[in-house]
Design a protein around this ligand. Structure first.
Ligand code: ACM
Ligand code: ZN
Length: 604
């Protein structure tokens, strides 16, 4: 259905943006009129149970939808309009429907526990943003957070939700038209289970592994018993069974796993994982439910009707979609809220990623050019909580970024306009703050590293660089020209920065002819959470012939290598010199551990 999009007046600040709004003459005194709600099959609505029509006239307000969910979303829209118009609402007609059926947010409650009230508070906001899935990451190595009657040792001594707590959250979620998808991690990220029930470890695992033994029948009995309780508690069609980052090497060494592989004619541990996932999937299917798994479940062959959650980029999602599997896009680069959202030095420590509001807003999970785009069920943000200890910090990482997710998940892609969205997000943050939520301060956002937008023309610009130690192919920053292309890196290290792993970085630039210069400098970055360290010292040398080098000078770093914040430091020499070649030696720490990352060698 093609709809005419009418740009709204400045009075409406809705997130997500409705698909179609037509303003009409006159105003409605919303406090005085009754709201008429009708559930009916209507041909003017797109083919979704969540779509609705909202008509506001001088005399009344009417909403029509195919289902309770549609009426609920009409109510959310009306509530937002009323808040903003303070009762005197311009007459208008809204026809609205979601772009994606799955609009999700995930919270990890294992790394740090957040009680049921904290979760309920976020669900209310998620629902007002028309999100309809809450992915509850209930288990991980740091702690099992769900009461399981049959295995009480799982939650002994750790904060967790009782069945009653869960029922309370589920009742609220149900009233908010949010489906709660529980995640029970397998077969990795399971240190906490193996600690409580060591009989589920592989043979030879001395207590440091994170994977269940897939050779043992009792592993499957345990998982099935747990899943039975989970399925009894959670009504969701989908049960998330994890599947990410299993340390499969442990299986390769375990005689019981190898025996299973032999018996089942599995040629590698990837296939063993697939065997396990398929077995669990059959079990979950036998209980009338379906599985979702992280994209690693593609390894060794995908179970029959599994839905794939694509987190290691979009590749897994694209592969699964091309095979006709349902996909939820949640690539780290765009959807991981555990990364930094700004560059201010006052930002709380986060994971080694930079995901500002604009990044999420600019993401299209299913462009029309993508083969199999119709299998993309939706999109989701993930909030891992290794660095997040308190509810205010949790909210700070969620808002406003979840708003961007809500809009890309609901609104037609043709309506995207970041400048306009940012204004609406600012206003929505103010509303949340008035309700006591702790949001990121979008007003003072510092944004991208200023150096990123400049092209520098300096004496080494375009000159050839030879390398005495090798840079990494994974972080080549643009290859052999990267350090003299005039382009400095963004705030985040993933582009333009050149990385050297477990070694000094030593490279020489040839200026092409003997030249006078008075400054040599190179910026390095440190992201402790991504194992990127400052060099302990950077020295600069020069040469007329490229053979005999004389020292210019060196700078020792005073930066704490364990400082977890992203740091930038320009190492420099100033003086007077005449030479053709300049060599830089950035010395890594004495353990030769981690990465060195630099972006440009600047000579003036
Ligand atoms: C994940 O972030 N390990 C799914
Ligand atoms: Zn084993």
């Amino acid at each position: 259905m093609t709809l005419l999009i009418v740009i709204l007046g400045a009075f409406l600040q809705l997130i997500p943006q409705p698909a179609y709004v037509e303003t009409m003459p006159g105003f409605c005194d919303a406090d005085k009129v009754t709201v008429k709600k009708e559930i009916a099959d209507t041909p003017d609505l797109p083919d979704s149970d969540e779509s609705y029509v909202l008509i506001i006239t001088q005399g009344d307000i009417r909403m029509r939808a195919r289902s309770e969910a549609g009426i609920f979303y009409a109510e959310q829209t009306l509530a937002a309009i009323r808040r903003q118009c303070q009762g005197r609402v311009p007459a208008m007609k809204i026809i609205d429907y979601p772009r994606f059926e799955y609009r999700g947010a995930h919270i990890d409650v294992s790394r740090h526990f957040f009680d049921k009230e904290v979760i309920k508070r976020q669900l209310r906001t998620f629902a007002s943003l028309k999100l309809n899935r809450f992915h509850w990451h209930l288990t991980d190595g740091a702690g099992w957070r769900l009461q399981i009657d049959r295995y009480p040792k799982l939650t002994e001594g750790v904060e967790h939700y009782t069945r009653e707590d869960v029922r309370e959250v589920l009742a609220l979620a149900d009233s908010l038209h949010i489906t709660v998808i529980p995640e029970i991690e397998m077969f990795g990220h399971s240190e906490e289970v193996l600690e409580a029930y060591p009989e589920l470890r592989c043979k030879g695992d001395a207590g440091c592994s994170s994977v269940y033994c897939l050779g043992k029948e009792k592993t499957f009995r345990f998982l099935e018993n747990v899943l039975d309780e989970v399925i009894e508690l959670f009504p969701s069609e989908y049960i998330h069974i994890g599947g990410d980052e299993a340390d499969m090497e442990v299986w390769a060494r375990c005689p019981e796993c190898r025996c299973r592989m032999h018996r089942e004619r599995l040629s590698d541990v990837g296939q063993l994982q697939s065997y396990g996932i398929t077995r669990i999937e059959k079990f979950v299917n036998s209980r009338g439910r379906r599985i979702i798994g992280w994209d690693e479940i593609l390894q060794g062959g995908l179970a029959e009707n599994a839905v794939v959650m694509s987190w290691r980029g979009e590749e897994g999602g694209r592969t699964a979609a091309s095979m006709g599997h349902g996909v939820i896009m949640t690539p780290g680069e765009y959807c991981y809220l555990d990364g930094y959202q700004d560059t201010k030095s006052s930002e709380p420590v986060a994971m080694g990623n930079f995901v500002p509001l604009s990044k999420i807003y600019g993401y299209d999970p299913a462009p029309a050019s993508m083969p199999g785009h119709e299998f993309v069920l939706g999109v989701q943000t993930n909030l891992w909580t290794e660095w997040i200890e308190t509810p205010p910090h949790l909210e700070y990482m969620l808002y406003p970024r979840v708003m961007a997710l809500a809009e890309i998940a609901w609104s037609p892609v043709e309506l995207r306009d970041y400048a306009d969205f940012r204004k609406r997000a600012l206003s929505a943050c103010r509303e949340l703050q008035e309700e006591g939520y702790n949001t990121f301060d979008l007003e003072t956002e510092a944004g991208e590293r200023p150096e990123y937008s400049d092209t520098l023309h300096h004496k080494a610009f375009g000159c050839k660089v030879s390398y005495q130690t090798e840079y990494s192919e994974s972080y080549d920053g643009g290859g052999a020209e990267a350090l003299t292309d005039g382009l400095q890196g963004p705030w985040h290290f993933k582009t333009r920065w050149q990385g050297f792993l477990n070694t000094d970085a030593v490279y020489t630039v040839d200026l092409g002819e003997i030249a006078d210069f008075c400054e040599v400098k190179s910026c390095f970055t440190q992201w402790y959470t991504a194992w990127i360290c400052m060099p302990v010292e950077v020295s600069f040398e020069a040469s007329l012939d490229g053979k005999d080098f004389f020292p210019l000078g060196s700078e020792v770093s005073a930066i704490d290598l364990k400082n977890p914040r992203p740091l930038f430091h320009t190492f420099s020499w100033n003086g007077k010199a005449r030479a053709r070649y300049v060599r830089v030696t950035a010395r890594i720490n004495d353990d030769k551990w981690g990465w060195l990352f630099t972006d440009e060698l600047i000579i003036n």
